[in-house]
Design a protein around this ligand. Structure first.
Ligand SMILES: NC(=O)c1ccc[n+]([C@@H]2O[C@H](COP(=O)([O-])OP(=O)(O)OC[C@H]3O[C@@H](n4cnc5c(N)ncnc54)[C@H](OP(=O)(O)O)[C@@H]3O)[C@@H](O)[C@H]2O)c1
Length: 350
């Protein structure tokens, strides 16, 4: 494993630890004659850490247990049914491989992959349905087939649905986009996940399915560009923004419904640049502050959350946590920050 000394490394190993336990900064000076803090400061720091820890535990409890105490870890479900879109390459393929190794080793796993190309791995637990997800009629036909053959007319259920398939447009100014390019991008990035959740999740038929099949974890893979939009990717950014808003509304709808909140949990992934084909072909600027995310690491984090059933959002890398904050700064500060980051000038013209 290569050690990457970027800002995420320092934040994860030092920044967050100091934020949680600031008293650690003062421990080296405990016996110093020249630098002494009043005893009260030590007590206050201990109290701060205890309150923060209590809050984090409460938050974890809320995310994992508040809505349902009956949730089974995916690794304990026999006959685990999983649906992944775009699982033949990139992040989707890494997700399938992680599911097979971490959830499927001892249990029976059935992974349905909807993709435009075949899955290159050789595993009989993965079944690929070829489909161009920019064509709604093709998607609907594939959904009909999966509903009849895999879900046996709705008597079975997917335990995990991962809306991962996505496409980017060529890097170009908004006025150069054709209507077809806009429709295709919105179709695959925003509408396909909505259609899949509407037709293949237990949201519509939760009450008719027998209890051991009700549980379903839904993942939507969005992008930091859906919040922190750069120039020359306007339609891609719009399509991911639509997915983020849809996800957020659905999440609170589920939490407000007594039946659905027991059976369905969601995860929104806000990802920065990944080490896949999609955004390759240019050198990303300021990689110390905006490191490229390794899909194997990201897929392990995603599958861990799916397994324990955490109702949450995963932002990677660390700067993605501040995307909304950056977009709400006064324009002149945003302009300076964007100039310094190089985000609007780094993409080539295609
Ligand atoms: N790459 C990034 O930097 C980045 C950053 C943030 C978010 N994301 C999001 O993360 C997700 C995965 O991205 P990735 O980087 O893994 O992309 P990727 O390497 O291009 O993989 C996407 C997968 O979707 C398939 N696909 C593409 N067009 C399709 C279509 N019309 N119909 C059906 N399947 C299609 C691809 O098949 P082919 O390989 O045969 O084309 C591929 O298997 C996407 O939703 C993307 O928007 C990516």
């Amino acid at each position: 494993m290569v050690l990457k000394l970027d800002i995420d490394f320092f934040i994860n190993w030092f920044g967050l630890t100091i934020l949680k336990y600031p008293i650690l900064l003062y421990l080296p000076f405990l016996n110093s004659e020249h630098f002494q803090l009043p005893l009260q400061v030590y007590y206050d720091l201990i109290l701060y850490s205890a309150l923060l820890r209590a809050f984090l535990l409460l938050n974890s409890w809320f995310k994992c247990t508040y809505s349902t105490s009956e949730w089974s870890p995916l690794s304990e479900i026999d006959d685990l049914n999983v649906l992944v879109t775009g699982g033949s390459n990139g992040l989707g393929k890494a997700l399938i491989e992680t599911i097979l190794t971490e959830l499927g080793e001892k249990k029976k796993v059935n992974i349905i992959n909807i993709d435009i190309s075949n899955y290159s791995g050789n595993d009989e637990r993965v079944h690929t349905y070829l489909c161009d997800l920019t064509i709604p009629s093709m998607l609907n036909k594939i959904i009909d087939t999966i509903y009849e053959n895999v879900l046996i007319g709705g008597t079975k259920q997917f335990h995990l649905i991962i809306n991962n398939a996505g496409m980017r447009s060529k890097f170009k100014k908004f006025e150069a986009f054709t209507e077809k390019e806009i429709r295709d991008l919105m179709q695959i990035n925003s509408i396909t996940p909505v259609t899949i959740i509407q037709r293949l999740s237990p949201l519509r038929n939760c009450k008719q399915i027998d209890s051991k099949h009700k549980q379903c974890y839904i993942v939507n893979i969005a992008s930091s560009l859906g919040i922190l939009a750069a120039s020359k990717v306007s339609i891609y950014a719009a399509s991911k923004a639509a997915l983020i808003s849809f996800h957020n509304s659905l999440k609170f709808e589920i939490l407000a419904d007594p039946t659905n909140k027991r059976n369905i949990k969601t995860l929104l992934v806000i990802a920065g640049q990944l080490n896949t084909e999609m955004f390759s072909g240019f050198t990303p600027p300021r990689q110390f502050f905006a490191p490229i995310v390794d899909v194997k690491d990201l897929s392990r984090k995603i599958i861990n959350k799916c397994n324990i059933g955490e109702f949450c959002q995963l932002n990677e890398p660390f700067y993605a946590n501040f995307a909304y904050l950056l977009m709400s700064l006064p324009l002149v500060i945003q302009w300076i920050a964007r100039k310094l980051s190089g985000m609007d000038n780094c993409l080539p013209d295609e």
